[in-house]
Design a protein. Structure first.
Length: 260
């Protein structure tokens, strides 16, 4: 199966047209005619990931976050993006990114389902599919009213997270929950306006967190990586189900930071 055929299968999961207009998704390096037998999947195209994919003999590197966001004026070894791109090209790999298109058409429902949310709707509507609103994040109802501390426990259990940062009263009751994997600061206001008791996301700063608490909404910050890493096992399962005989290698779970 060549790269173009693999892309067609990826598009069935999350077509590029569902990405936000500021994003950069799709085939970012390589040939659409490249024969694909082995795919390496990771959240980010770090130096370690690119090297591991090359060492594994991968024909395609698939990541959630795109290595290229803004316009490039040159590709050289003078900067880290150029060095990674050159290594990808030298290894004869195709490089494909599924970012906000997957957030809209995969990540949001997947995360909400893992948390057990019911009666869900998009937190921010960005598009439609077959007349049905789609978008970033989800808001819905937890299985029942529970203390914020119990909701924290469920978030940690659902996503395999050892710790979360919380803005709110741990004994306070929550039932209506919003979730936005990755960086959710831009959708905090949406969660408040839609009546969320608790907002589960990542990258929430000090002022945003205490202001949300003052306005009656708790925030559980599970980290940018903490929830979005579900992209890796999900896409592995999807590709193995869709493509017979494909070999899929995944980046081992490893938080990209340490707390000392």
């Amino acid at each position: 199966m060549n790269c173009a055929e693999v892309i067609h299968i990826l598009e069935q999961q999350a077509a590029e047209r569902y990405a936000c207009d500021w994003d950069n998704v799709g085939l970012l390096a390589g040939s659409r005619n490249k024969e694909i037998k082995k795919i390496y999947i990771a959240l980010d195209a770090t130096d370690e990931v690119v090297q591991e994919a090359a060492d594994a003999g991968a024909d395609m590197l698939l990541t959630h976050h795109p290595l290229i966001f803004g316009g490039l004026r040159r590709v050289t070894e003078d900067d880290f993006i150029g060095r990674r791109l050159m290594k990808i090209i030298r290894a004869d790999m195709a490089y494909y990114a599924m970012h906000t298109n997957f957030d809209v058409m995969g990540m949001a429902d997947l995360a909400a389902g893992m948390l057990g949310l019911k009666e869900t709707e998009p937190l921010e509507v960005t598009c439609e599919k077959d007349g049905v609103p789609q978008g970033i994040g989800r808001i819905g109802m937890l299985e029942g009213t529970m203390p914020l501390s119990e909701c924290c426990r469920r978030v940690k259990e659902a996503f395999g997270i050892s710790r979360v940062k919380v803005f709110g009263t741990l004994s306070g009751k929550v039932k209506r929950a919003a979730i936005c994997p990755g960086s959710g600061k831009d959708n905090l206001e949406d969660a408040i306006l839609k009546g969320a008791d608790v907002y589960i996301t990542g990258d929430i700063g000090h002022h945003a967190g205490i202001d949300a608490k003052a306005r009656g909404m708790a925030v559980i910050d599970a980290g940018h990586y903490g929830i979005e890493r579900i992209f890796v096992p999900y896409m592995k399962g999807y590709l193995e189900e869709q493509i017979e005989g494909i070999t899929v290698v995944t980046r081992a779970h490893e938080e990209p930071f340490a707390i000392v």
